[in-house]
Write a protein that binds this ligand. Sequence first.
Ligand SMILES: Nc1ncnc2c1ncn2[C@@H]1O[C@H](COP(=O)(O)OP(=O)(O)OP(=O)(O)O)[C@@H](O)[C@H]1O
Ligand SMILES: [Mg+2]
Length: 477
Amino acid sequence: MPNFPVDPPAQSPDGSGSANAANPAVAPVGDRHPVGESVNASGNGGAPSPTGSPSSAGELLDSILQSKSELFRGSREVLRDSYVPNRLPHREQQIRQVAEVLAPALRGEVPSNLLIYGKIGTGKTAVVAQVRQDMLRRTDLASHFTFVSLNCGNIDTPYSLLQTIGNTFAKNEPDRIPTGWSLDRVQASMRRLMDAKGGTILLILDEIDRLVARSGDNVLYTLSQLNTELEVARLALVGISNDLKFTNQLDTRVRSRLNEEKILFPPYDAVQLQDILRERAREAFREGVVDPGVVERCAAYAALENGDARRALALLRLSAEMAERDRAKRITPDHVVKAKNRLEQDIIVECCRTLPPHCKVLLYAILQSYERRRNGVLTGEVYDSYRRLAERLGLQPLHARSISNYVSELESLGLIRATIVSRGRGGRTREIIVDVPLSETMPALEEDPLIAPVGRPRSRGQMLLTNFDNPNRTGPF
Ligand SMILES: Nc1ncnc2c1ncn2[C@@H]1O[C@H](COP(=O)(O)OP(=O)(O)OP(=O)(O)O)[C@@H](O)[C@H]1O
Ligand SMILES: [Mg+2]
C-alpha cells in the first residue's frame, strides 16, 4: 500500500481558490455535518480562568476552540459536505455527460430533461454543482439561462415547491407569492414570474424521490408540462435521486418526460475513494500530519458502506477531530477506528437535522410524548401534540394524512418504529416507539432554529457540559 505524502495545497485551475465561493445558490443537501461542528461555528463565550489553565469543562472546550489547529491548514470547510472541490476525481465522464445535456442552455435553447441516479455519496450533487458553476463562469452567455437549485428533502408540500420556485424570480416584496393562496393561483403566479425573467430555466430538483414519496407525482406533472403554458421562458428539469427505482412510482407520462436523458452514477471503489480523500487531505491538512494507513482505512470503511464518498470524508474529518481531542500531532489509523464508532451515533443526529420543517416538528412532538410516557404513543396523540407545536411555531399544521406519511418516513429512516395495534371497537391505530437515544436527538432538534422557540431552555454552558460529560461524544471541534 502506498504511503500518503501530504503535498502543498492544490490551486484551483483559475487561481481563485475555493470554487465553492462562487456557488452560493446551490443548496447543500441538508446539513449533514457531525454534531460538534455547529457548536464550533457558534463561537466562544467563556473566558479562561485567571490561572491560565482551564478549570471547568466549558473553559477547557473554549481553550481548545481558541487554540490554532496543529492539523488543519485553515478552514475545516474543505472537508465539509457543502464544499465543492475544484476537481472531482473519477467523475470526469459524468461531468462531461451532464455538461453535454445542459449545454444547449448556453445558446438559449432548451435542454432535454435529465434524471441522475446513483446511490448516496456518489457525487451526484457535486457533479451538477460543478457543471452549474462552469456554466455560470460564461458570464457573456449568462443572460440566456438561469439555474434554480432546490433540495426537495427540505420541502414539505407541492405548494411550497411552486412557491419557492416562483419566489426565486420575485424582484421585490409585492411580487412574492405568500402562503395561503390556492394552488392554481400559486402556479399562475409562478409562471408569470418565470416569464418575466425569460430565457431557459434549469430547475435542479435534488432528492426528487423524496418529493414523490411525500406528495406523489402531480407536481412533477405540472412542472413537466409547463413549457406548453409558459409564454416567454422555457424550463428544463434536472432530477437527482438516490432511489434507483423511484421512477416506477411515476405516472407513465411523467416518467417519459423526466427520463428524456438519464445518467447513472456508479458507487466508488476503495481505490477511487483513496484518490478522492488524498486530494481533499492535501487541501485540508498541514504537511506530514496524516499517518500512512489513515486514508486507506477511511476509504476501506466507506467502500463497505456502498462506496459513499460523503462517509469517507466524514471519517477523515472526524479522525482529525479525534486526534485533536487527544492533543495528538498526527492523525493515526487508531483515530479512524474511534471516528468510525462516533460516526455511527452522529448519523442519527444528522438525519434529524436534515428533515423538512413539518417532519422535524412531528419528530419533536413524538420525542416529547415518548419522554413523558416512556412508553409507546398512539398516532392520534402524536398528531394532537404535533398540531399544538406547529401552531405555537406559527406554522399551518399539515393534514393527518401528510403526517401519517411522515410517520412512515421517520420509520423508514430508522428513527421510530410504528406497530399497528387493535383498539377493540375503536378500530386500529399505530403505536410509535422511539428507536434513537432521546439524550442525543432531543438536543439536536432543540438546537435547530425552527424548534428552538418551543424547545426546553438550555444554556450554551449546559450544552457544552452535556457534550463533555458524555464519554461517547467528542468535544466541539
Ligand atoms: N469524485 C469526487 N471527488 C471529490 N469529492 C467528491 C467526489 N464525489 C463526491 N465527493 C464529495 O462527497 C460528498 C458527497 O457527494 P455528493 O453530495 O455529491 O453525493 P450525492 O451522490 O449527491 O449523495 P446523496 O444521494 O446522498 O445526495 C460531497 O462532499 C462531495 O464533495
Ligand atoms: Mg446529493
